[in-house]
Write a protein that binds this ligand. Sequence first.
Ligand code: GLN
Length: 214
Amino acid sequence: KLRAEHVPLQHITGTQEFMGLEFDVSPQVLIPRQDTEVLVEEALKVCDGKRVLDMCTGSGCIIVSIAKLGTPIKTVGVDISTKALEIAVRNAEKNEVEIEFIKSDLFEKVEGNYDIIVSNPPYIPTKEIEGLMPEVKKHEPILALDGSKDGLYFYRSIVASLNNYLQRGGTILFEIGCDQGEAVSGILRHAGFIDILIKKDLNGLDRVVTARRP
Ligand code: GLN
């Protein structure tokens, strides 16, 4: 009956599998998507011995997977939502990894330097929210989806702060909407980033942009 009302299956079961791990979910976090595994796989290639920060961590699925499946030396998750962070803390405990979580509006309360910053920020243009499937638009948190007018607000904001938090030579990895590869690459190029690459998801759609601070 609940599914017939478009309640996502994961809100009924309370869990979602991601990177072969189990994650608790609630209506206050984005349900982990398979597409996002591409972001984690790219991060796993470069995270060994590194300090990794996950901006807009939500359920924590990205940073928990990196901590569990890789060998970073420090893992931090940041989110503006207290309710999301409660789930993220539970997911770190459930998967037996040690992660520092910070409640912060983007980098406002973040201190220190990181070798790797990963982020799956809200990136749907406001006008497109209405056209999403009911499971998403009626049941998932708008806070985790709405990327403002052109969907790029959070990429611009995060990139503008990167020089204060990302070590020289460090790597930024973004999940993107499938039509945002050029725009997000452009934002990074304009800010002086190098080695900008776009990676595809399993559907062959642009899904991840990576770049390095010189
Ligand atoms: N990929 C998600 C969706 O299509 C959106 C995720 C995001 O905005 N970061 O629902």
